[in-house]
Ligand binder design. Sequence first.
Ligand code: PHE
Length: 449
Amino acid sequence: EKFSSGLAVFFATLGSAVGLGNIWKFPYLTGEFGGGAFLLIYFLCILFVGLPIMLGEFYIGRKTRKNAVGALKALKPGTSWKYIGLMGVVASYLIMFFYSCVAGWVYFYLCKALNGDFAAITMESAKTQFGDVIMGPLSPIVWQIIVLIVVASILAMGVKKGIEKITKTLMPLLFILIIICDIRALTLPGASEGIHFLFQVDFSKLTATAILTAMGLAFFKLSLGMGTMMTYGSYFTEDNNLFSTAAKVALSDTLVSMLAGLAIFPTVFSFGMEPGAGPGLLFMTIPLVFSQMPFGNILLAAFFFLTAIAATTAMLSLVEVPIAYWTEEKGLSRKKAAIINALVIGIIGILATLSVDKSSLLGDVTFWGKGFFDWFDYISSNILLPVGGLLISLLVGYGIKREDLHYELSNQGTLQVNTLINVFYFIVRYVTPALLVVVFLNSIGIIKL
Ligand code: PHE
């Protein structure tokens, strides 16, 4: 099974990368960690860590044409490298526990928008409405379950061609809608303060946690460090230029994140809200921007519809990692694997949903100051993905013969990419692992940046 063309490869991969990471997580983390300086570190991580690891994953996937665990087994038979794949399976579950919860809020917001619930919204009611949505306690769980049923049904049917088509048509629409949102947000009174916040680099705001979080976000955003891009690479066509696919995906993904930021921060400042408001930032600001436009209600519903689609295609790629593992390595049928995985994710994911806020039902259950929701996110984004990425960069940089790398990345010598390969080889051997190690050591206080 392969994607049908180069364009399909691009859109399918973008379908994995663009999701709640761009629209929900990127803005709220940038807000929480103080704007410009965080953004700068994030860009550097995309360039020197994200891109090389994405290429490395594409390489491993397309060369072996297997799921993450199988790919590493085939590439390095009888070694421990396969544990990167298993770590990826674990990371995928951890991410899904909280991702399905937030996707549930998006589905819920779509329904509310269709229902006209945001017609007379004010800053205060935006906050109350978000509080009601996450507090439930029953409704957010029901929405999370609906999300999982949707994801499991699509996965059980194994409709790769369908996914291609959906992303190809709906992704550009999401793009356009965010731009409309940007235009309105940027023309609100006081919008310039939001721009200032986003682009003014103030290194004094940069903590070790902020640096680690920016790095983790780069992994999360580009779906890296856990085998998703290996799995996708395994469906790539033989003649696909891996360099250009990686560059285009990283660029488009970053663009979508930035456009989301440009819609949210001007609104935050224009309405006198807190940029560090946390996971509710998107849900409190977007209905406000649309309330300031003609046809705002319809456009708002369209926005949440497209965001729901983006979140869903990203989840399909997330769950594909364990599904491919259970079907290809353990011989389960696709249907069975989809149902079992959705059940496991649903049961544990409820813990995330019930611990989003301090006043949630399980809000007091914390371990070292963090509840389930935060731990699932922290362990996956800030630890497992970057560690997975470090191992992948070491494997590609030191565990593979340079000729083999050259052969695959140049599509059997048909592409003239010698210089690019040299640059890539240098970065993946020295720069990427060094940066990752420095960020880790800095975050546990062994060195001080
Ligand atoms: N990149 C996706 C997003 O931004 C999330 C994701 C992470 C998907 C890891 C697959 C693997 O929403």
